[in-house]
Design a binder for this molecule. Structure first.
Ligand SMILES: O=C(CCCl)NNC1=[NH+]CCN1
Length: 344
C-alpha cells in the first residue's frame, strides 16, 4: 500500500506551485504545476518548437527506453486563464514522491501559448481533476491519481500550500501534523469533472480574531455560489457581489482598469474573509489578501497592493485557488468524492 509526499515550491509571489515528477527510464525529473482544476499531464519535450521554449527543462522522449508513442492520439487544452497547449501522446513510467504508475499518459507539447513559454520554471502540468475532462482524443486518458489510486494506502491526496515557502502534496495518506482541529468534509459534484462544491456566502472578521468570525458580530452575507477547488489558479476568484461587499470593508480598495482587478493601499490590513462551506468556516487571513505589490517589486516600498481576492469574471463558478489552499489544509477524497478542510 503505497504513499508519497512531494514538496510544492512557490514561484515568485506564489503565482504557482511546482512539484518534482520523475518521468521515463532512466528517470528525468521535471518540475510540474500540480493542477486540481484540469486532468492532463503534459510536458515541454524534445517535440516542443525551440521558438516556443523559454528555458524550461524538457522531457527528452528519445532518452527514455520505456516511452511508447500512443499512435493517432493527440491533445489540445485551453485553461480558465486563456492559456493553451497541444501535442502528441506517449505512455511512460511516472513517479511522484515514490508513488509509481506504469503506462501513464504523458502528453508531449508541440505547441504552447506565450504564458507557458515565458514561465521558465514550469515544465508542464500534472492534472488532478477527474478523468472525464482529460483532453486526449480519440480515447481519453487517465490522470496520475486515477492510475495510482488502487495502489495507495487510502484513495486520497492532500494539499498543504504556504505563503512564500514550500508546502507539500501527499498521496495516499492524511498527515495529522499538517492541520489543526477536526477535518470537515463536504460532498463534491464531479459531473463537470471538477472538484466542485456549494458555498453559502461569507462573513468578515478582524485579523487574528477567528472566534469573532463565528459570532454574530461578523455579519453573514448570504451570497451562495458554486465553487471549484483549483490549485492551478493563483487567486481566490469569487462572485462580483461578494468581492464588492468584502472590499467595501477595506478603506481605499477600488478596481483598477490598468491593474485588471481590485487594488488597495498596502498599509491597510485587509479583514479576514470567512467563507461558509456547509457548516465549515474557512478563514482566509487578511494578510493573504494582501497578495502582491503593484507600484514597486516589494511590499516595504509599495503603496498599492493587488488583492488575492478577485472577481470570477464570466466563469460559471467561483474558483478557490492557491490563496485558499495557503489558509486551508485540504483533503481530496477521490473515491469518496468529498473534500475535507481544516485550519492549519
Ligand atoms: O484552468 C483552470 C480553471 C478551470 Cl475552470 N485551472 N487550472 C489552470 N491551469 C493553468 C491555468 N489554470
Amino acid at each position: 500500500d503505497d504513499q508519497g509526499e512531494v514538496s510544492a515550491v512557490p514561484q515568485l509571489f506564489d503565482v504557482e506551485y511546482l512539484a518534482p515528477v520523475e518521468i521515463g527510464t532512466p528517470p528525468q525529473t521535471l518540475n510540474l504545476n500540480f493542477d486540481t482544476g484540469s486532468s492532463d499531464l503534459w510536458v515541454f519535450s524534445s517535440e516542443t518548437p525551440e521558438r516556443q521554449q523559454g528555458g524550461q527543462k524538457l522531457f527528452r522522449i528519445e532518452d527514455s527506453t520505456t516511452a511508447r508513442r500512443l499512435d493517432n492520439h493527440t491533445w489540445t487544452i485551453t485553461y480558465g486563464d486563456g492559456s493553451r497547449s497541444a501535442g502528441n501522446v506517449y505512455t511512460d513510467t511516472v513517479s511522484v514522491g515514490g508513488v509509481t504508475v506504469f503506462g501513464q499518459a504523458v502528453e508531449s507539447a508541440t505547441s504552447v501559448s506565450a504564458s507557458f513559454t515565458h514561465d521558465a520554471a514550469s515544465s508542464g502540468l500534472l492534472g488532478l481533476a477527474f478523468d472525464s475532462i482529460n483532453q486526449v482524443r480519440p480515447n481519453k486518458q487517465k490522470t496520475f491519481i486515477s492510475n495510482a489510486l488502487d495502489s495507495l494506502e487510502y484513495p486520497v491526496f492532500t494539499a498543504n500550500l504556504k505563503k512564500a515557502e514550500p508546502g507539500n502534496y501527499n498521496f495516499g495518506f492524511i498527515d495529522p501534523t499538517e492541520f489543526t482541529g477536526p477535518l470537515s468534509f463536504i460532498p463534491i459534484n464531479a459531473t463537470s469533472g471538477f472538484w466542485q462544491f456549494p458555498a453559502s456566502g461569507f462573513s468578515i472578521s478582524q485579523p487574528g480574531n477567528a472566534s469573532f468570525a463565528n459570532s454574530t458580530a461578523g455579519m453573514f452575507v448570504p451570497i451562495a455560489h458554486t465553487a471549484i477547488a483549483d490549485t492551478g489558479t493563483t487567486l481566490l476568484l469569487l462572485p462580483a457581489a461578494l468581492v464588492q461587499a468584502y472590499y467595501a470593508q477595506l478603506p481605499g480598495a477600488k478596481t483598477s482598469a490598468s491593474e485588471g482587478g481590485w487594488v488597495f493601499p498596502c498599509k491597510a490590513t485587509p479583514p479576514d474573509l470567512v467563507l461558509h462551506i456547509g457548516t465549515y468556516r474557512a478563514v482566509i487571513p487578511g494578510e493573504l489578501v494582501r497578495f502582491a505589490p503593484v507600484d514597486t517589486d516589494d511590499f516595504e516600498t509599495a503603496t498599492v497592493c493587488y488583492g488575492g481576492v478577485q472577481t470570477a469574471n464570466g466563469l460559471p463558478f467561483a474558483i478557490y485557488g492557491d490563496v485558499f489552499f495557503k489558509a486551508q489544509f485540504t483533503v481530496f477524497d477521490v473515491e469518496g468524492e468529498r473534500l475535507g478542510f481544516a485550519p492549519k
